[in-house]
Design a protein around this ligand. Structure first.
Ligand code: ZN
Length: 400
């Protein structure tokens, strides 16, 4: 652009600008939040804005904003973004949540107060305060936790396995079946999982030694999946390292037995050491689970008369030695179970080895498909011989 044309352009701009104040078009309508409007000159817009007028009705409209601690604020819409930036929200839903109580009440709570409510019995999720319960026909109900006991008194159960039979298919499907339909399902390829025990039918006990350990949780997952119990002969020194597994096992109906504090050879230990190893473990198990062991298994299967006389519990050996600790091979563990398990067997495995945890599902599935019921060692003794006897050694409990 040459000098001459630049000059001409500037002249035009100056003339046009000078013309504006005399035009009709530069008058604009401005808006107040109380609904008033007024016509002002465009050049004065900034001045009117400075004293609370807005250029659009939308800007002037009063909106309510909300804070997490329950305050509200009415402001012209024009300022919304500024307030949003410093912790004010556009809707009440953004600053509140619904909390729930065990007795069925619900409450809208400002988010800043939620933690305080949580400390005095209000919960964030309705699933935290309700459980599924079942009637004798397997119908499902959602019940607030405060009413579990009264519903139990009316005949509902909070465990589906109490009112229906868990069954599974060889290809891994599961379903709950009314008890009187179990036989019919058995005939068409469904297998009975754990649950009620028929004492006239074959039963065996799976036992896990030396834990609890890192693989124990996976073992429990499988036992829970099939609703079957096992017996864990634990080392006392491991108990406090896996409290969740210990408590969970007991809740699932598993039995915790004593395998000494630190896997000592009891037959080569003084009476004092034997007593100390056994007692410390009993205490450790009780402290975590609230239940004392009723059985013990001597490490290495090593016992003598002095040991049997010292320990005031039945000594539990085994009849199926899977050698899982040696082979560390799930197929070999399963093969051993298939080959050696008879009615009344006590099966020995070790839940401190990961390949053993891998073997648990095939082993459990095989036993159930063979028609063996899985029971704890104490139940196996009880069903087959009545009361377990202290100082006595049990290897297996064949039918009488
Ligand atoms: Zn052991």
């Amino acid at each position: 652009m040459n000098k001459k044309s630049l000059c001409l352009l500037l002249t035009c701009v100056i003339m046009f600008t000078a013309f504006i104040p005399f035009s009709e078009a530069e008058n604009v309508t401005m808006y107040a939040s109380d609904g008033r409007t007024r016509i002002v000159q465009a050049k004065d817009i900034a001045a009117w804005k400075a004293v609370g007028w807005f250029e659009t009705a939308e800007d002037a409209k009063i909106v309510t904003l909300y804070s997490m601690d329950g305050r509200t604020l009415d402001i012209p819409q024009y300022y919304r973004a500024d307030y949003n930036a410093v912790g004010w929200y556009n809707t009440r839903e953004e600053v509140t949540l619904t909390m729930y109580s065990m007795d069925g009440r619900s409450l809208e709570v400002f988010k800043d107060a939620a933690e305080a409510h949580n400390k005095v019995g209000w919960y964030y999720n309705i699933n935290d305060v309700t459980v599924k319960m079942y009637d004798k026909d397997g119908n499902e109900y959602t019940i607030y936790r405060d009413f579990i006991e009264s519903e139990k008194a009316k005949g509902l159960s909070d465990n589906k396995n109490d009112v229906m039979q868990l069954m599974f298919s060889a290809d891994g499907r599961f379903m709950h079946v009314p008890f009187d339909k179990v036989e019919a399902h058995n005939k068409v390829g469904w297998f009975t999982s754990g649950g009620k025990i028929d004492t006239s039918k074959p039963m065996v006990a799976i036992t896990f030694d030396d834990g609890p350990g890192a693989p124990t949780a996976r073992v429990l997952d499988i036992l829970e999946k099939y609703n079957v119990p096992a017996t864990f002969f634990v080392q006392g020194k491991n108990v406090s390292r896996y409290p969740n597994e210990m408590v969970r096992a007991v809740k699932m109906g598993c039995e915790i037995g004593n395998h000494t504090w630190s896997h000592v050879n009891l037959s080569a230990s003084s009476t004092g050491t034997v007593a100390q190893q056994i007692n410390a473990t009993n205490t450790a198990v009780y402290n975590v689970t609230g239940v004392y062991p009723k059985l013990y298994r001597p490490p290495y299967g090593a016992y003598n008369k002095a040991v049997l006389n010292t320990v005031a519990m039945p000594a539990i050996m085994w009849s199926v030695d899977t050698l899982d600790w040696k082979t560390r091979n799930p197929s070999k563990t399963l093969a051993s179970v298939k080959r050696d398990t008879k009615d009344g067997a006590i099966i020995l495995m070790h839940d401190i080895h990961s390949p053993t945890a891998d073997a648990v599902e095939p082993v459990v599935k095989h036993l159930l498909m063979q028609g063996f019921q899985l029971v704890t060692v104490s139940d196996l003794i009880k069903y087959r011989q009545g009361h377990a006897v202290s100082g006595k050694v049990y290897n297996s409990l064949a039918p009488r």
